[in-house]
Design a protein around this ligand. Structure first.
Ligand SMILES: Cc1ncc(COP(=O)(O)O)c(C=O)c1O
Ligand SMILES: [Zn+2]
Length: 410
């Protein structure tokens, strides 16, 4: 294993690789430190490896990937989006399609690392605080591992997500409040009980799984990088992890990192975007998020300040769109590229549209848009605009509908 220690993101203090997540000196968050000097990755050799997150196992903080837990998360397709690019006025647009992950979102990546790590640390139970997708992924891997799972979610999530989560048979604790309150309660539980709450006490390990789309995109673009990488933000952890992954590819001499990051949020909960646009360094939390994009409804983003810094350092942008624009973004992606996204992906597509229209992103620039979750989980948000045409079981009435006249009549 190339992971050496846990290191404080604020003061640099180092600790052993244990289930800690805050620095004992300054209370800053901890991250995994690796020995990059000893690590060599060979581009040719990489191509023969497994097509999952374990392809880049040297950059993950796991002693031994547990084979029985493998569900092939990661190494998802990078799809060239020709029809959507034409409509948006771009030459080269790619969709990094994480709708195809085992539980339908990118959260399979961090959850599989965290559940693996919880077994290494000999926890007897796992859990998470979640806006939906992490709960499904954690519960799924816990089911596969045969360990008890406790998930904490806001009670007003989409019914499709709640049913998906419950199907893996965890204990579902649906709290009548916002994600931020849910997260606070889950943090307190992790202090009182010996549970690996994957995005709390295993957070430094958990977030490492979210670096992997950066490695994959570089490899899929034959070790070149796009000009822009569009990433939906909730807590900001995903954007920070992708930033870290891109930097690691450069440190390991696999490519030059000149990617500009674009972080996007729904207008009804956009604390990171607001701080970016106002030129502030501190995030002002939103007390009551109000948006259909429930997976991104995190009012007090744990990694907000780090995400803000990463966006600025990369020379990128932050953008927000309203719920109508989000729905239009979801429909546009579905009808041009055949990919059904949940609202988070609608935010990404609608924000990209806005940034091309206002000239921030130029037609000649290459864009990767990260679609982080499947629309099959959130069909109810599309219900309003969709009305199937109901007909009698009669061929002529169908032909009439198709504008073809009477059967036999030509
Ligand atoms: C589909 C989807 N996309 C993006 C995100 C944002 O991730 P983060 O909270 O790490 O910023 C989430 C978070 O739950 C999500 O579910
Ligand atoms: Zn510290």
């Amino acid at each position: 294993m190339y992971a050496l220690a846990l290191k404080c993101r604020n003061c640099g203090a180092e600790y052993e690789l244990a289930p800690f997540y805050v620095c004992r000196k300054c209370l800053g968050p901890l991250e995994v430190k690796y020995s990059y000097e000893e690590l060599k990755l060979d581009k040719k050799e990489l191509t023969n490896r497994v097509k999952s997150i374990w392809r880049y196992r040297e950059l993950l903080p796991i002693n031994e990937p547990l084979k029985f837990l493998h569900m092939d998360a990661g190494f998802t397709p990078l799809r060239r989006a020709m029809r959507l690019a034409e409509i948006l006025g771009l030459k080269k647009l790619y969709i990094k399609d994480d709708t195809v992950n085992p539980t339908g979102s990118f959260k399979d990546r961090p959850a599989s690392i965290a559940v693996c790590k919880s077994i290494e640390f000999e926890f007897k139970a796992v859990g998470c605080a979640s806006t939906g997708n992490l709960a499904a992924a954690t519960a799924s891997y816990a089911a596969k591992a045969g360990i008890p799972c406790y998930v904490f979610i806001p009670s007003d999530l989409e019914m499709g997500k709640i049913l998906q989560i419950a199907s893996y048979n965890p204990v579902v604790i649906a709290v009548k409040d916002t994600y931020d309150i849910v997260n606070r309660l889950a943090t307190q539980i992790s202090e009182l009980h010996n549970i690996a709450v994957v995005n709390v006490n295993l957070r430094p390990y958990y977030v490492e799984g979210s670096k992997t789309p950066a490695f994959e995109v570089c490899e899929q673009l034959e070790w070149t990088t796009p000009d822009y990488f569009i990433i939906p933000m909730g807590s900001g952890a995903l954007l920070c992890a992708i930033n870290r992954g891109l930097k690691e590819m450069e440190v390991l001499d696999l490519m030059r990192n000149d990617v500009k990051l674009v972080g996007v949020q729904p207008e009804g909960c956009s604390p990171i975007v607001s701080a970016f646009k106002k030129g502030m360094d501190d995030i002002v939390p939103i007390e009551k998020p109000n948006t259909i994009v429930k997976s991104l409804a995190i009012g007090d983003p744990a990694d907000g300040a780090y995400a803000l810094k990463a966006l600025r350092e990369s020379g990128g942008f932050a953008e927000a769109v309203n719920d109508e624009e989000t729905l239009d973004g979801m429909r546009l992606l579905a009808k041009t590229e055949g990919i059904l996204t949940e609202p988070a992906g609608g935010v990404a597509i609608a924000s990209l549209k806005k940034l091309v229209e206002d000239g921030s992103i130029l037609p000649s620039e290459t864009v990767v848009c990260y679609i982080t979750g499947s629309g099959l989980k959130t069909l109810e948000v599309l219900e309003r605009g969709i009305k199937p045409i109901i007909v009698e079981p009669d061929l002529n009435s169908i032909l009439e509908l198709l504008g073809g006249g009477k059967y036999g009549g030509g």
